[in-house]
Design a protein around this ligand. Structure first.
Ligand SMILES: Nc1ncnc2c1ncn2[C@@H]1O[C@H](COP(=O)(O)OP(=O)(O)OP(=O)(O)O)[C@@H](O)[C@H]1O
Ligand SMILES: [Mg+2]
Length: 356
């Protein structure tokens, strides 16, 4: 059977893919409501937007939403993942080339900038562009013109440019690796996406959404998350943000077992202490110290519990605290009662010998 030839141009113009419902993307947190308001205002205006946020906070989704809310939504949406294309190829990928521009350029090839004409060009991980490409991009932003490699004349395009980064570009400017004038051009409107730990109020709804989504997708029937596990999710620091939560729930749906992910989360948490210090407001040293002590206590308790195979009586002895105090601390720290999230009857400390 003949295979239809693939069109290299159209394969670069992305389909928008599935975007979760608005209520899921923005949730209830006030930080995300502010993002929503700003996105609504900016989507219709042809100005560059810079999306900043840690990895997994949803920059890709927001870029797609900007396009789908814009007057150019029926036009192309072209994404360029800058670090994924080797430095030497990136210029020809972005700006295209003329026949004979370099050895091996047997025909002309349009770049992704051109493909995005009357649509959106999404430049992901913009900090990865080298300085020469940054100047070419600056020209495109200034007058909508660019030059294919080997061409005699500039070309003009109408394109909405959206950039994303998980780096702090101001630091890159200080280091001399990012042009300040380009930063001002791409940063006409800035959307900063909060880390998941800054929007803990949305964790439950997001988890619920992913649970239903993957149950449907994989035709599974994983049960609603237990309140023990939900409490652990609430306290976890989520370095991988929503992507990490999504993968965790996906794993739960497939394995159908909370224990695996609970143990995994608890051990991921073990090495972490990173107090959230807001330098814009007053800092309470007392509160931070208390937080650090609790965190240290949690780590020590966890290590001792693991070393004692979750035998709490032995662990209490090793820690030189009472069994009752240990149970209280385990609950307070959001640790699982018995090394898993399985709920089993908790022996009351005042009922004498605890059945560990
Ligand atoms: N607000 C959200 N609601 C639902 N799902 C989300 C949300 N934000 C992100 N996700 C999901 O989390 C995953 C990561 O999102 P996305 O790729 O947009 O993050 P990113 O900020 O671009 O990450 P990176 O910096 O690593 O490229 C995706 O699978 C996406 O579907
Ligand atoms: Mg991304």
């Amino acid at each position: 059977m003949a295979i239809a030839p693939t069109n290299p141009v159209s394969s670069l113009v992305q389909s928008l893919g599935e975007i979760p419902p608005d209520a899921v993307v923005f949730g209830r947190s006030s930080v995300m409501q502010a993002v929503r308001e700003r996105l609504d205002k900016v989507a219709g205006a042809n100005v560059p937007v810079l999306i900043q946020g840690e990895s997994g906070t949803g920059k890709d989704i927001i870029a797609r939403m900007i396009h789908s809310f814009s007057p150019w939504k029926s036009g192309p949406y072209v994404k360029v993942n800058c670090p994924a294309i080797p430095g030497t190829l990136l210029e020809s990928e972005l700006f295209g080339y003329e026949k004979g521009a370099f050895t091996g350029a047997y025909g002309m090839k349009p770049g992704r900038v051109e493909m995005a004409h009357r649509g959106t060009l999404f430049l992901d991980e913009i900090s990865e562009l080298d300085l020469a490409l940054q100047s070419k991009l600056l020209q495109l932003l200034q007058d909508g013109q660019f030059c294919r490699i080997g061409a005699q004349e500039d070309k003009k395009v109408e394109v909405r440019i959206v950039c994303a980064t998980n780096r702090v570009l101001e630091t890159e400017i200080e280091n001399g690796t990012f042009r300040q004038d380009l930063f001002y051009r791409i940063n006409v409107v800035n959307l900063r996406l909060p880390a998941l730990r800054e929007r803990r109020g949305d964790i439950e709804d997001l988890a619920q959404y992913f649970l239903e989504y993957y149950n449907r997708k994989y035709n599974c029937r994983a049960r609603a998350l237990s309140s023990d596990l939900m409490a652990i999710l609430q306290k976890y620091h989520w370095p991988g943000n929503i992507r990490e939560l999504e993968n965790l729930i996906k794993r739960y749906v497939i394995l159908g077992n909370e224990d695996v992910i609970t143990t995994d989360l608890v051990s991921r948490e073990q090495e972490y202490f990173n107090p959230e210090i807001n330098l814009d407001g007053p800092i309470s040293l007392k509160k931070l110290t208390r937080q650090a002590v609790r965190e240290l206590e949690r780590k020590v308790i966890l290590k001792v519990l693991q070393a004692n195979h979750w035998n709490r009586k032995q662990a209490a002895r090793a820690l030189s605290i009472s069994y009752r105090a240990l149970l209280y601390k385990i609950r307070d720290a959001g640790l699982p009662a018995n090394g898993s999230s399985r709920r089993r009857a908790e022996p009351m400390p005042n009922q004498g010998a605890a059945a560990d």
